[in-house]
Write a protein that binds this ligand. Sequence first.
Ligand SMILES: Nc1ncnc2c1ncn2[C@@H]1O[C@H](COP(=O)(O)OP(=O)(O)O)[C@@H](O)[C@H]1O
Ligand SMILES: Nc1ccn([C@@H]2O[C@H](COP(=O)(O)OP(=O)(O)O)[C@@H](O)[C@H]2O)c(=O)n1
Length: 485
Amino acid sequence: MTALRAPCGTILANGEAAAVSTLALGLATATVGATRLPAGLAGAEATALATAVGARVADDGAGGTVMTGRGLGGLTEPDAPLAVTDGAALAVLCGLLAGHSLTAVIDGAAPPDGLGALLADASATVLAAGDGTRAPVTVRGRAGLTAIPAPDDPAQEPWTLALARVSAGLAAAGTTTACLPPVLAAVVADLLRAFAVPCEAAPAGALIRLTVTGEAETTPAVLPPDWPTVPAWMAARRAGEAPVVLAIDGPAAAGKGTLARGMAERLGLAYLDTGLLYRATGMAVRRAGGDPDDPAAAEQAARALRPSDLAAPDLRGEAAGDAASRVASMEPVRAALLDFQRSFAHAPPDGAPGAVLDGRDIGTVVCPDADVKLFVTASPETRARRRFMELRERGQDVIESRVLQDMKERDARDSSRGIAPLVAADDAVVLDTSDLDRDGALAASLALVAACPRLNRDAASGYEDSADPRTVPAKTAGSNRPAGQ
Ligand SMILES: Nc1ncnc2c1ncn2[C@@H]1O[C@H](COP(=O)(O)OP(=O)(O)O)[C@@H](O)[C@H]1O
Ligand SMILES: Nc1ccn([C@@H]2O[C@H](COP(=O)(O)OP(=O)(O)O)[C@@H](O)[C@H]2O)c(=O)n1
């Protein structure tokens, strides 16, 4: 057996985040070809760990890392103990190493209960200092693990073991099943798919059942730069605290909805387009033959609004936008729609750990305590161009100069109204998307979420550099200002 020497590497110690990062690094080291990892994911210690099992590591020239692995089953035996300070990361690493013909000693964290039994089932042997519950752990792996039996009661298996099951399953014959909490399952499935590992995710009660097809040929991946946000939402969810609320405000066609949908998807949060509530109210008045400027008709429509009204096909056009901004200037209409928006933010549907809301007054009125407030804007010409293209793609016969004119009028009405006007909250970050494409805007926004103190509280070490707000082309709103200026 390899003689014990001083530890030669550590892995970030952030519970779920550390385990997911370890899985990402492990996949990269077990993949033939060059995988790009974003800044922050492969820290110095983790890089040393990957190098110790035969991966080649280089800078990508942009703060990230290019890792060239050796293929599943191709990792080499480390000639010194590997140091891992987090038990969940250790479990994932043991699972990965179990599918290789090597012996590795891992020192640092204690292995989670049941890890030895799980890997023994897959024909790898995990030995620990006598009883399998203390460091150091020795993994004697072997190529071509037998299929890993499903857990007796998936709901009872700790997520640490479920993740070890996934990592061991990569090299195991057939299908491996693991059950994980929804957010963790979503990010793991995302990661596996990035490396082309066949995997399926389906609800299994409160958990998500992930099935991973083993012995797949992984392909090099490019992990997006927002990976550092992973610990943020995981930390928020684990803390069992108030839901995460992200508020996105800004003028028409700035890209709020595109950004909000993207953030909700990436972070596993619920999304509410609050503009639709006003659009549906305004169009309900119009459809009833009324005038959106009539306060009584508008209030009645707002009070009678039903979720199914939000699916009406004519809500995206400029006529609906115009009607919306008329009814939106009336206090009773706003009051009638406020509770719904606040309830959505504070108790997001489907047990989501938080919500993203976009509109005009989310950061100022609806959710003044939001964790992150973004004020998204772009030059009027850029916005008009985008809206024009969008409407044309929907088959609407529109003239760009007219779209610009309508939009300016609507922005002016929204900014100058007495109640909940369109202004950036004092603590909002202004994000000008004029020179950012959709992906760029999303990456910048996710980096801001990663930098949010409450969300990072539990996930500080190893990630703070990557969440450097200096990389974000945004500034904090010092004073309230009208849109489009
Ligand atoms: N950064 C961007 N670059 C280019 N086009 C964008 C960008 N963000 C959004 N768009 C496009 O602009 C149009 C308006 O975006 P949308 O998200 O609906 O804005 P808003 O919700 O602020 O009205 C859509 O067609 C969308 O695809
Ligand atoms: N939170 C909100 C959301 C929308 N609105 C109003 O609803 C109109 C339509 O909003 P929207 O977000 O659907 O419009 P776009 O930005 O997509 O063009 C806006 O012009 C505002 O007048 C509001 O007053 N408050």
